[in-house]
Design a protein around this ligand. Structure first.
Ligand code: HEM
Length: 447
């Protein structure tokens, strides 16, 4: 490698550890990364202490990392620093171990398996709706979080987590908030006994208790209830080995965490967008009434709900719950002529790419119709990537889309939501993109 190549680093903000950790990037990463892309273009460089990272903003360059050169990269520093929580689960493990786990888990996400969950998803949504009254005010985000947690509990573990929902929900909330804190991750590793770290450890312990209780009850009963846990308990590798309890714990905590907040956020943002766009909401209702006519949606109905599908696609474009992703180079690589040495970070932001006028007309407008005439096929592959891509693509994408469709269709037939005046909805970019103080709505029964 020649001298100038080695010294080449993309343009970017001046290096400053303190500002990076406590300044704009920490306070408002969405604005920070949008401004980076605007100011420095498709590849920019960040230096935080002696850590160097490239921020990449062009779909082809993103594809090059996530798909063509996936083997050269590991998961980013924030996820790695949170192994105390995720362990060696699918989200955080690497290499051959990850590949083995992914193969073992794949049957649990097979479409036919997931189709069987649609009835549970609809049933739990019906139960929730039956507690709602016309004119009541609720935080729709809180409602979606509890619902998604119950659905994940039932479909993954065949366990009713209603009793645990509040505690598990609060613990997950705390852990996810901590997990996303880059400053803490870099400056205060978990072994330092700060009050926050102690709270996190206690939180993990509480979560583990619930999970181990469910695993041991299932092992003892020996039942195959057709859920994901049954499959994970049964699967054997080519050499006949099964998953250990520790590995089951890592996979189930990962699925619990990855599978509930993400879908809940997607639903919350969809309701919020619908409530602000009456013309879209009207079309959405008309389709539901036409296709379902008051029936509970089934798997067979879902492909007929085209407009609902576009609403969901558009919500995930504007408010992608996985708003950004990161990798750590494990081998030498090059991006747009810039060297990427082992230990360098590479970051992408769905939030920024999904709002880029090069790919979308009127990018800030909520227009489900834009997806009507095959836009998805005309776009570069990574101009829209709410579920990531390449070998580490989200394993739960079909599950998530089915759940979101069933919940939207079930609730949308009965209720619409009016935003409570004076309540400000602010996107908070934690590990996921969520409404910071929830979304207060007034429930209105549809006549
Ligand atoms: C709208 C909902 C969801 C979104 C937007 C989403 C997004 C993502 C993204 C972007 C990744 C890739 C992360 C990376 O490459 O660094 C991912 C991975 C993952 N997701 Fe999801 N996800 C959603 C729902 C779910 C659900 C419902 C489950 C499980 C039930 C799930 C389980 C996972 C797992 C296990 C991984 C790691 C896969 C691997 O590396 O092999 N996700 N998700």
């Amino acid at each position: 490698m020649n001298e100038s190549f080695a010294a080449k680093f993309p343009p970017g903000p001046p290096p400053n550890l303190i500002r990076a950790l406590f300044g704009a990037m920490q306070q408002n990463p969405l604005d920070y990364f949008s401004a980076m892309a605007q100011k420095y273009g498709d590849v920019s460089g960040m230096r935080i202490g002696n850590f160097r990272s490239l921020f990449v903003n062009h779909p082809d360059l993103i594809e090059d990392v996530l798909v063509n050169n996936a083997r050269k990269f590991h998961k980013g520093r924030i996820l790695q620093a949170n192994k105390y929580l995720f362990g060696e689960g699918l989200l955080t493990s690497e290499g051959d171990f990850w590949l083995r786990q992914r193969r073992l888990s794949q049957p649990a996400f097979h479409r036919t398996r997931i189709n069987a969950y649609a009835a549970t998803m609809a049933e739990y949504t019906e139960q929730l709706v039956s507690t709602w009254q016309d004119g009541e005010e609720r935080d729709i985000h809180e409602e979606m979080m509890q619902l998604a947690l119950r659905i994940v509990g039932k479909t993954l573990f065949d366990a009713d987590v209603t009793q645990d929902a509040k505690e598990v929900g609060e613990t997950l909330d705390l852990l996810l908030r901590m997990a996303a804190n880059f400053g803490r991750t870099v400056l205060v590793p978990l072994w330092v006994p700060t009050p926050r770290n102690l709270r996190a450890k206690l939180g993990v312990h509480r979560l583990e208790k619930v999970i181990y209780r469910i695993i041991s009850a299932r092992r003892a009963s020996g039942r195959d209830t057709g859920d994901l846990l049954s499959i994970l308990l049964q699967v054997r590798d080519e050499d006949g080995t099964r998953m250990s309890d520790r590995q089951l714990r890592d996979e189930t905590i990962t699925l619990f965490l990855a599978g509930h907040e993400t879908t809940a956020n997607t639903l919350s943002w969809s309701w919020w967008l619908l409530a602000q766009n009456p013309a879209v909401e009207k079309k959405f209702h008309e389709e539901l009434d036409g296709v379902l006519g008051g029936r509970i949606p089934t798997v067979e109905d879902l492909p007929k709900l085209n407009y609902l599908n576009h609403v969901l696609t558009e919500s995930l474009r504007l408010y992608p719950t996985a708003w950004g992703m990161a990798r750590l180079a494990a081998e030498e690589h090059e991006i747009a002529g810039y060297p990427v040495h082992p230990g360098y970070g590479v970051a992408f932001a769905q939030w920024v790419v999904h709002r880029d006028p090069r790919w979308y007309d009127a990018p800030l407008e909520f227009r489900p119709e834009r997806w009507e005439n095959g836009l998805a096929k005309r776009l570069p592959r990574f101009a829209y990537f709410p579920f990531g891509g390449g070998p580490r693509q989200c394993i739960g994408n079909t599950f998530a889309l089915m759940e979101a469709s069933v919940v939207l269709a079930t609730i949308g037939q009965k209720f619409r939501f009016r935003l409570v005046p004076g309540h400000k909805v602010t996107p908070l970019a934690s590990i996921t993109l969520r409404p910071k103080d929830g979304i207060q709505v007034k429930l209105e029964t549809r006549k």
